[in-house]
Design a protein around this ligand. Sequence first.
Ligand SMILES: NC(=O)C1=CN([C@@H]2O[C@H](COP(=O)(O)OP(=O)(O)OC[C@H]3O[C@@H](n4cnc5c(N)ncnc54)[C@H](OP(=O)(O)O)[C@@H]3O)[C@@H](O)[C@H]2O)C=CC1
Ligand SMILES: Nc1nc(O)c(N)c(N[C@@H]2O[C@H](COP(=O)(O)O)[C@@H](O)[C@H]2O)n1
Length: 227
Amino acid sequence: MERPFVFINSAMSADGKISTKERKQVKISGSFDFDRVDALRAGSDAVMVGIGTVIADDPSLTVKSEKRQIERKQAGLEENPVRVVVDSNAKIPLDADIFKKGEGRRIVIVSGSASSEKLRQLEDVATIIIAGEDKVDLAAAMEELRKTGINRLMVEGGATLNWGMLSNGLVDEVYTFIGNLIIGGNTSPTFVDGEGFTEKEIMRLDLFEAEGMEEGILLKWKVLPCY
Ligand SMILES: NC(=O)C1=CN([C@@H]2O[C@H](COP(=O)(O)OP(=O)(O)OC[C@H]3O[C@@H](n4cnc5c(N)ncnc54)[C@H](OP(=O)(O)O)[C@@H]3O)[C@@H](O)[C@H]2O)C=CC1
Ligand SMILES: Nc1nc(O)c(N)c(N[C@@H]2O[C@H](COP(=O)(O)O)[C@@H](O)[C@H]2O)n1
């Protein structure tokens, strides 16, 4: 199977939370880290999030720096990477910021259970990929993205999509900024939620970079193959 190079970037608290129990976007990192994230977006062919993040945060996922937008255009690219949402039932609101803000292609990946009426409406603002029957089949989706010319994919969460990608062996690298705060809470999303691994299945990582940044630390890991 051919798939893009995939990395996850996330900001988490010292206790591994990526948001609070309110499950809304919370500022974990500072302006330096947001600029680093912007550079990662600008260097990617596509940026992908789960529908939970769209509902919670309504992100635009655009490249914010004008200089980077210009550099992309000079390289013959669109101002923004392709923005991709994983959304089995096509729940994404038609007025989501991903559709309203910035230029460039959008892709919504749905499953066979999405309503055809909603898909017709979405076709005006996005390309639709159908992968899987009830829930998006992420491995099949990665193959489709690769076929559309996406070679480098940045995943920006959230917790459930991170689990789906990691547990299906679809991630090459993980970048985590760990901020100087504790969020706590049984229901606050952690970097990876979902079902979780058993001890036998635990996923191993190889740390290849660690850098103190602002009031936290940025860690870069390679995902080691599972045997
Ligand atoms: N600090 C940070 O860096 C970030 C924090 N966040 C936070 O994360 C939270 C959102 O995370 P979460 O609620 O987990 O939502 P996600 O963004 O992870 O979206 C999860 C949804 O994706 C859909 N999906 C479809 N197929 C799959 C699949 N095969 N595997 C996994 N998911 C699939 C499911 O919905 P369906 O079945 O309907 O398709 C699922 O519920 C928010 O609180 C947000 O603020 C988000 C991004 C970054
Ligand atoms: N890197 C990082 N640090 C934080 O503190 C954050 N809260 C996030 N959140 C992510 O940024 C997205 C917002 O994107 P736009 O500014 O709307 O383009 C949000 O959805 C999270 O993915 N990231």
